[in-house]
Design a protein around this ligand. Sequence first.
Ligand code: DC
Length: 217
Amino acid sequence: MIVAIDGPAGSGKSTTARRIAEEIGFVYIDTGAMYRAVTLAVLRNATPITDNTLADLIARTTVELQRTASGQRTLLNGEDVSERIRMPDVTAHVSAVSANGIVRNAMVRQQRALGDVGNVLMDGRDIGTAVFPHADLKIFLVASVETRAARRLRELAVQGIESSFEEMCADIARRDALDSERAISPLRKADDAIEIDTSALTIEEQVAEIIRLIRTK
Ligand code: DC
C-alpha cells in the first residue's frame, strides 16, 4: 500500500508520517530530505543554479535515505547530513533548487523506486499528484501560517537556533508561494486527496485519524 502525505511547510507531515509508520510498520520516506540534500550539494559547490550546472551536479551526486534504529538518516555522497540539511541556509535555497525540472526528474525516479519496497508512507509536496498519482490513500495536511511558524520555531529552538515569530511567518509564506506557484509539480491538493486541517489538532489526533483512514482503506 502506498500512502501519500502532502502539504505545505510546517503542516506536520514528517512528524505525523514518522509516527504512523512506526505504529503500523510502514516504511517512512521523507522526500523533502532528498531535495534538501541536493540543495546542500549545490551550496557546497557554489554552483550558480542553471540547468547545465544542476545536471552536472546531479550526475555526480548520490542521495540516499537510510533506515536506522534512530530513524531515517539522509546521506549525501555517503556522508550523513541529516542534521545539516535542517539548517537555515539549506531551507532558504531549497525551494529554488527543488523547482528545477532536472532535479525533480532525478528525485522522482528515485522516489518511485523506493515505493517498490512494500507498505510505504511518503511525504512531500507532489506525492499524490506526480510521484504516485495512483496512491492507495492521499492525505493533504494544511494549517494556518501562524500555527506552522510556531511549530518551526519550537523545532529550531531544540537545535539552538533562534528566529522571530514575524520572520518565521514571512519565511513560511514565501516558501508556500514558491512551492505552489512553480511551473513543475507545484504544491497542490490532488482531487482525490483527503484534506485535514491540523491547526487545532494534536499530533496524537492527526496520527489516529490517518491510521483510521489507512485501516479503512
Ligand atoms: O518538507 P520540507 O520542508 O523538508 O521540504 C523542503 C523543500 O523541498 C520544500 O520547500 C519543497 C521541496 N519539496 C518538493 O518540492 N517536493 C517534495 N516532494 C518534497 C519537498
